[in-house]
Design a protein around this ligand. Structure first.
Ligand SMILES: N[C@@H](CCC(=O)N[C@@H](CS)C(=O)NCC(=O)O)C(=O)O
Length: 123
């Protein structure tokens, strides 16, 4: 039964990925210099995610629209990224945005919180 639920969940996740790819539209355009600065700043960010998670798709979509090429780290069972997420953030829940700032590391959970943080900081 659990396998069937996982199968349906993943199938729905992949459908959402395809719909997202087809409908995501264009990304934010910036002057090359400004984008270069932002890209440099984004080296301190990474997004822990599952490919077929709808909350991750929603977050990736916002990142795409804001033109924020943040490193994505897949965290399937048994992966080193999953272990990092558990150890650093305290729980295995995705999406989770890892932010390095002023020598500190913050682990931000909740897709809505991540999206509004990115919008405030980079829109
Ligand atoms: N309210 C959260 C929901 C996130 C969520 O439920 N993520 C699922 C994947 S779709 C998860 O990480 N589950 C833990 C697991 O599968 O181990 C958000 O919007 O980010």
């Amino acid at each position: 039964m659990k396998m069937l639920i996982n199968l349906i969940r993943n199938l729905l996740g992949y459908i959402i990925i395809v719909v997202d790819l087809v409908t995501r539209g264009s990304k934010k355009k910036r002057a090359p210099k400004e984008q270069e600065e932002i890209n440099k700043e984004l080296k301190k960010f990474s997004l822990y995610q599952f490919a077929a998670c709808p909350f991750c798709t929603k977050t990736r979509r916002a990142m795409y629209k804001l033109n924020l090429p943040i490193e994505k780290r897949n965290a399937p069972e048994g992966s080193k990224h999953r272990a990092e997420l558990l150890e650093g953030g305290g729980k295995v829940k995705v999406p989770c945005l890892r932010i390095e700032q002023d020598g500190k590391v913050e682990w931000m959970y909740e897709s809505s919180e991540i999206i509004s943080y990115l919008e405030k900081r980079f829109a």
